[in-house]
Design a protein around this ligand. Structure first.
Ligand SMILES: Cc1cc2nc3c(=O)[nH]c(=O)nc-3n(C[C@H](O)[C@H](O)[C@H](O)COP(=O)(O)O)c2cc1C
Length: 307
């Protein structure tokens, strides 16, 4: 009998749906006992978001400052698992606050220590450097990262920016204005997540995860658009400055924090609609000379290694 724990945090339920489909091959196997546990913040984040709250979480989210979560029940915590499937989403190029808080807390130390972990992320498309942050936190918990699967919105970057705002602020995964594509991970990808579950099951019963990631990648588990690596790196550089400043200002005055968050919002619009397209042109112009480096980066970010 194999004990599997599915741990995750999802607001809209999208990631929950992905995980349910993904673990279906394990759920249907009488030799697998699957426990599902949601990570819950003590003070929940309202969904749909209002604009102010959406901006308010930026500094703490990016700077990975933990907030209290509810404890994981003892019945779940005091068990040894053969595999943990860890579902997370990305907030401002970092793990969402509940996920970061979990990974930095005592429960994670108990649950993840010396346990194989597969990360599953459900984001818009900017998850690459967040996964590096998650990898480091998993090392701190002495977990053994054996696999990673990324579920993203596959539409053009700027289209997904527009549609995700409509979803996050309106709460419904519908076509914005009736003409834009549906936001988030496509129904096809959500419904097809089970194909990865079969691969995971095979390696779980072989009791050897060494080739797991390679096989997952072959089946399309981690598709990387090279420009998104560049954007993620630039975004992290810029966010590190803004978040540190806003956080510091906010320690003294919440009014000043609100004012700077307002500036940040304007800056974000400028960055998305002006800065990112310029970086894209530069990226295209320098694509050939950097081709070998880009190839190497893609291979690395598809892997579970940590540089
Ligand atoms: C505050 C906030 C910030 C987000 N920032 C990012 C981001 O930087 N990169 C990204 O790919 N997705 C980002 N997303 C999208 C989430 O990763 C996720 O796909 C979406 O919230 C749906 O997740 P759910 O399953 O929790 O509903 C953000 C979402 C929220 C609410």
């Amino acid at each position: 009998m194999k004990n599997i724990l599915v741990l995750y945090y999802s607001q809209s339920g999208q990631l929950g749906e992905i995980l349910t489909n993904l673990v279906n091959p394990l759920l249907e196997d009488s030799n697998c006992l699957v426990t599902v546990q949601q990570i819950e913040p003590e003070e929940s984040y309202e969904f749909p978001w209002d604009k102010k709250d959406f901006l308010q979480v930026f500094p703490e989210s990016y700077l990975q400052i933990p907030r209290p979560n509810k404890s994981i029940p003892d019945a779940v915590k005091n068990k040894k698992y053969d595999l943990i499937i860890f579902g997370y989403t990305v907030w401002y190029l970092s793990p969402s606050i509940p996920i970061n808080s979990f990974l930095k807390g005592d429960d994670a130390q108990v649950l993840l220590k010396n346990t194989p972990v597969i990360t599953v992320n459900g984001s818009r498309n900017m998850w690459i450097l967040t996964q590096e942050k998650v990898k480091r936190l998993l090392v701190d918990c002495k977990a053994e990262l054996v696999g990673n699967i990324a579920f993203v919105d596959r539409h053009w970057n700027h289209i997904s920016v527009i549609t995700i705002v409509h979803w996050m602020m309106g709460g419904k995964k519908t076509k914005y204005l009736g003409v834009f594509p549906k936001p988030g991970v496509s129904e096809e990808d959500i419904n097809g997540a089970g194909k990865f579950g079969f691969i995971i099951k095979k390696h779980l019963f072989q009791e050897n995860f060494k080739q797991l990631q390679e096989e997952l990648v072959k089946d399309g588990a981690v598709q990387i658009k090279p420009f998104l690596i560049r954007s993620d790196k630039s975004g992290n550089h810029i966010f590190s400055k803004w978040s540190a400043h806003i956080y510091k200002v906010g320690l003294k005055s919440s009014k000043r924090r609100a004012k700077w968050l307002n500036f940040f919002e304007y800056y974000l619009q400028f960055a998305i609609w002006v800065f990112v397209p310029i970086v894209f042109v530069i990226f295209l112009l320098t694509y050939l000379p950097f081709y070998a480096r880009i190839k190497k980066d893609i291979k690395y970010y598809q892997s579970v290694r940590l540089r």
